[in-house]
Ligand binder design. Structure first.
Ligand code: NDP
Length: 611
């Protein structure tokens, strides 16, 4: 017999196995505990007396070279996946006169800096590592560790001849458009003044470490560092662990986000005692990493990587596919949603997609909380490790050793009940009124999001008529497609802002890199002197971004604070600085249709045959 639809909450809860109203209330209460008046201002910039937190520990000190003052056709700023993909797509488009400029000592970006023990990517390696077919490589495991990803970055650079002309250990200090010559002049901290006809900025998100603005931060007399500049000279060991230098050390770690989740098991193994200072627990799902099956690798048909990337992207944005090729924690929530939709449909109940998504989310998070309970032995610790928010309020984590680390006798969770650490003293950390004496503090406190472009990039861009990008964007990001900004000719950005959000970042980067290579190719064909987006096209894109942000904004308002929702304060400004709300597939479609249209709508092309 078919169940009758019912609105009685007790029956509904019994049927579901949880009470949606009770969960909604709990989520709201947990969120309210964490919202702070200072929002993003609670963090301090890693500059001035904190500048040493961003020194590069992976290069030999004392590097010197002569300043470079030559001219190139294209200068790419950033040698992470964005810069690499940009370089590859430009090489494919026939650009030979190309330089990539990077502040690190090699290619790799995120994967150059983040070498902390356990660093790995929990997006499947077969879709995350770019250009696998082109480079002729199949990753060793379903989820790659950081060293393999860093090595793959170098392999891409070698394969596409991107080391030629590359400049490392060099940070841009200014970038200025010179109207008479129609060139950008890019100055650096090595005294360079490089002239370029085009500049592609692939500065990357999440690259500028941030520190909690705690009283006494500089007073600590022990050792401290940020996870993105891991000090192996102090801890011993390497990315695989083995932190033997900590055997007689009391270590504290601030933060329990995706980074902390990966390094805590290694700190737990290495330290004499580890204190984990938690403000908000992460959701920790199963990772189930496994070696690549050689028979499967051998069976892959040409074009497999693109198909797999698209399959994943469609599934995680709520689309339908006959098969779930990746089939992991990311796609699991969507599978749950589809099962619920089918169940409602088969019971003749009207389908309310927003409500069904919420229920699927509750179900998923109940499962995550049950997993904590099944692994963590101490009841109070288990309770404190349970996340009470919707899964995509924070970055979901996947790990098979993190929760287990709290069963070790040398690990203590210091849960701050949403309030965070209070202060740092010369001896250690104070939380909940208690001082914890420490030899070492590891800051797993994340990266700047929502601060100004110039602050994150370390330079401002001075465009046509002397207008600074920081002034042009003073009231919010202004672009067409997240790529071009009015007043900044021959300049392209591979940015997350005002672009479609993808779980699989390199997928978006490649779509943008292909797009920029296309535009640049068209300009080169015509021999045009410059290309610039019109003020009108830019404004129309901003209006689109804001108008599409509505539904997402309500979701974010109800979320626990974090960098996804401007630390609990989503507003019009953060909506404008945010993503293209119709999702990555629609965004890629917008770019494709714009290219297919053929006339480069919204752009002014001057000089050459197009002028
Ligand atoms: P996050 O910003 O995600 O985490 C910062 C952590 O610091 C949070 O737990 C935060 O708590 C905590 N924190 C900040 N201030 C205080 C305080 N005063 N007291 C106590 N705790 C505090 O940074 P991560 O480096 O962990 O991750 C950044 C991003 O990098 C991820 O979201 C992900 O996109 C990416 N990443 C990806 C990985 C992958 O597998 N692909 C692996 C690692 C990172 P609260 O939550 O309360 O704000």
């Amino acid at each position: 017999m078919q169940d009758q639809p019912t609105t009685d909450p007790t029956t509904a809860a019994a049927k579901l196995g949880f009470d949606p109203d009770a969960l909604r209330n709990r989520y709201r209460a947990e969120r309210d505990k964490r919202v702070r008046a200072d929002g993003n201002d609670q963090y301090v910039e890693v500059a001035g007396k904190f500048a040493h937190f961003v020194d590069d520990p992976y290069v030999d000190p004392g590097f010197r070279r002569e300043p470079i003052t030559d001219e190139v056709e294209v200068l790419v700023i950033g040698g992470g996946f964005g810069g690499l993909l940009m370089g590859v797509r430009l090489r494919e488009a026939g650009v030979t006169d190309l330089r990539i400029l990077e502040k690190a000592g090699d290619f790799g970006g995120t994967w150059y800096w983040n070498r902390y023990p356990g660093a790995a990517c929990d997006v499947e390696s077969y879709i995350y590592l770019p250009l696998l077919e082109e480079v002729g490589y199949v990753p060793k495991e379903k989820y790659s560790g950081a060293p393999e990803i860093l090595e793959h970055s170098r392999a891409i650079a070698r394969k596409f001849d991107l080391y030629r002309g590359a400049i490392f250990q060099t940070a841009v200090t200014s970038m200025r458009w010179d109207e008479p010559s129609g060139r950008w002049v890019v100055e650096t901290d090595r005294g360079d003044a490089i002239r370029a006809r085009f500049v592609c900025m692939a500065n990357g998100p999440l690259d500028r470490p941030k520190l909690p603005g705690l009283p006494g931060l500089e007073s600590f007399e022990g050792h401290s560092f940020h996870t993105s500049r891991w000090d192996y000279a102090y801890t011993g060991g390497g990315p695989e662990g083995g932190l033997v230098g900590l055997a007689d050390k009391n270590v504290g770690i601030i933060g329990t986000g995706a980074t902390a989740v990966q390094c805590i098991p290694h700190l737990a193994q290495g330290a004499k005692h580890l204190w984990v200072f938690q403000r908000t627990p992460s959701s920790i799902d199963v990772r189930a990493n496994r070696p690549t099956d050689p028979a499967w690798a051998a069976s892959l048909e040409p074009g497999w990587q693109k198909r797999r990337m698209e399959n994943f992207n469609i599934l995680v944005t709520g689309g339908m596919q006959d098969e779930d090729l990746v089939a992991d924690g990311w796609t699991d929530i969507i599978r749950k949603l589809l099962v619920m939709v089918q169940r409602d449909a088969s019971q003749g109940e009207p389908i309310d997609i927003v409500k069904t998504m919420e229920l699927a989310d509750f179900e998923k998070m109940e499962q995550i909380r049950a997993r904590v309970e099944s692994i963590v032995e101490d009841e109070r610790t288990a309770e404190a490790l349970k996340p009470w928010y919707r899964q995509f309020c924070k970055r979901p984590c996947f790990h098979d050793g993190y929760l287990q680390a709290f069963n070790r006798p040398n690990v203590t969770l210091v849960d701050t009940a949403g309030r965070g650490v209070e202060r740092i003293t010369p001896r250690g950390i104070v939380a909940g009124g208690v001082e914890y004496p420490l030899d070492c503090i590891v800051y797993a406190s994340g990266f700047e999001v929502g601060t100004s472009f110039a602050r994150r990039a370390g330079y401002d861009v001075v465009g046509r008529d002397g207008v600074r990008l920081s002034d042009h964007w003073a009231d919010g990001v202004r672009t067409l497609h997240g790529i071009h900004s009015h007043g900044f000719p021959n300049c392209f950005m591979l940015g997350t802002q005002q672009a479609g959000f993808t779980v699989n970042f390199p997928h978006r980067l490649d779509e943008q890199a292909r797009h920029v290579a296309h535009v640049l190719g068209r300009v080169r064909e015509t021999g045009a002197r410059r290309i610039e987006v019109t003020a009108q096209a830019e404004q129309e894109w901003i209006d689109t971004i804001i108008s599409l942000s509505g539904m997402g904004r309500q979701f974010l308002e109800e979320c626990t604070p974090g960098y996804y929702n401007n630390e609990g304060k989503p507003d019009l400004r953060s909506a404008q600085d945010g993503f293209y709300g119709a999702g990555p597939i629609a965004y890629f479609g917008v770019l494709r249709r714009w290219r297919d249209e053929g006339t480069m709508p919204g752009m002014v092309v001057e000089g050459g045959t197009a002028g």
